[in-house]
Design a protein around this ligand. Structure first.
Ligand code: NDP
Length: 312
């Protein structure tokens, strides 16, 4: 019988316990080794974890593939991972489902004026606004990747007008698509509710800035569910305070948790959630790792491989 394929895991004990159960049950041809229980892993090619340690390449001289248990890779110390090592990010059905739920919640809350209603009713103000049909509202999604496409599809099903912006051209039923910087202003000009589902890269950092807000129609609303680094927070505050942006829902902030004096906290037209739109579940992560090892071992294309050049 061939020796089981070793996979090194760095995780918190509660998640590691789930990984071990899944591997025992579903991958008898593989064996999990715990990063914290041993010092050297020579001969082992696979590593899984949220944050690869700085001495990864030293302790794993034969490393070939890193599985990052997260959808974004902006937290990864790419310089510490040798260039020949493949990096795969976490994308699983539940990660996508939770994000779709959150985007639907956020868009519906903004569409139905829930942010001002929460504050007004607490203060005893009874101020119903006209109800607009979904078909009269345009939702613009920045980022038509795995998560952006799933959210767009769900919004189309609710009857919204949906447009999406990405780097390369896309064709999606019911979605008006725009590609590249040259189309950004046209995409924004008719967007009533802007959803940011971009990865954080050198090109997208601080993309949600004053210029972008002023290109949206007056009264537009913003939902940032990408990364805190996409948003220039003082620019949003200014646009909220002068009424150009009507409301914002933010799942991510530049500093998490934010300092107690962060002006977005408690702002009457901002609703904040603590980076909880979606998260990877250990069972799904373990299953994805098993699939990755099988794909890598058989020479098949590997799903959700990170393009280091593009940064996502
Ligand atoms: P993907 O890599 O599948 O998709 C990224 C999309 O962004 C692609 O459509 C890509 O264009 C587009 N894009 C990237 N750079 C640019 C650019 N410079 N200009 C225009 N479009 C660009 O990512 P996912 O959909 O899986 O995830 C998106 C992000 O969501 C993650 O990177 C993460 O930051 C965030 N996230 C947040 C979570 C939360 O809880 N708040 C949870 C999970 C993820 P193209 O298709 O042409 O390549």
């Amino acid at each position: 019988m061939p020796k089981p394929i070793p996979v090194v895991l760095k995780s918190i004990p509660a998640h590691a316990a789930v990984w071990h159960e899944v591997f025992l049950r579903e991958a008898p041809d593989m064996v999990l080794r715990d990063w914290d229980a041993e010092t050297g892993f020579s001969g082992i090619t696979y590593f899984a974890g949220w944050m690869p340690p700085a001495d990864l390449a030293v302790r794993m001289p034969d490393l070939a593939l890193v599985f990052s248990v997260g959808a974004g890779i902006d937290h990864l110390p790419l310089a510490d991972i040798p260039a020949h090592v493949a990096i795969v990010r976490m994308i699983a059905p539940d990660v996508t489902r939770s994000m779709t739920e959150y985007v639907l919640f956020g868009v519906l809350a903004l569409h139905r004026d829930i942010v001002p209603y929460v504050l007004e009713t607490r203060e005893g103000v009874w101020n119903p606004r006209p109800i607009r049909p979904a078909r009269s509202r345009t939702i613009g999604i920045m980022g038509l990747g795995v998560l952006g496409r799933a959210a767009a599809k769900a919004l189309v099903a609710l009857g919204f007008r949906v447009r999406g912006w990405s780097q390369s051209a896309k064709d999606m039923p019911g979605v008006e698509t725009f590609a590249g910087r040259a189309t950004l202003d046209t995409f924004l000009a008719e967007t009533d509710i802007l959803v940011c589902l971009l990865p954080l890269t050198g090109e997208t950092r601080h993309i949600l800035d004053d210029r972008l807000f002023r290109t949206l129609p007056r009264g537009a609303a913003v939902l940032n569910v990408g990364r805190g680094g996409h948003l220039v927070e003082p620019d949003l505050l200014r646009a909220l305070d002068d009424g150009h942006i009507s409301a914002a829902i933010l799942d991510v902030l530049s500093e998490e948790p934010p300092p107690a004096d962060c002006p977005l906290l408690g702002h009457p037209r901002v609703l904040i959630t603590p980076h909880s739109a979606s998260a990877s579940q250990p069972e799904e992560a373990a299953r994805q790792m098993i699939t990755i090892v099988r794909q890598h071992g058989s020479g098949a294309p590997i799903d959700h491989l990170v393009d280091r050049g593009k940064g996502f």
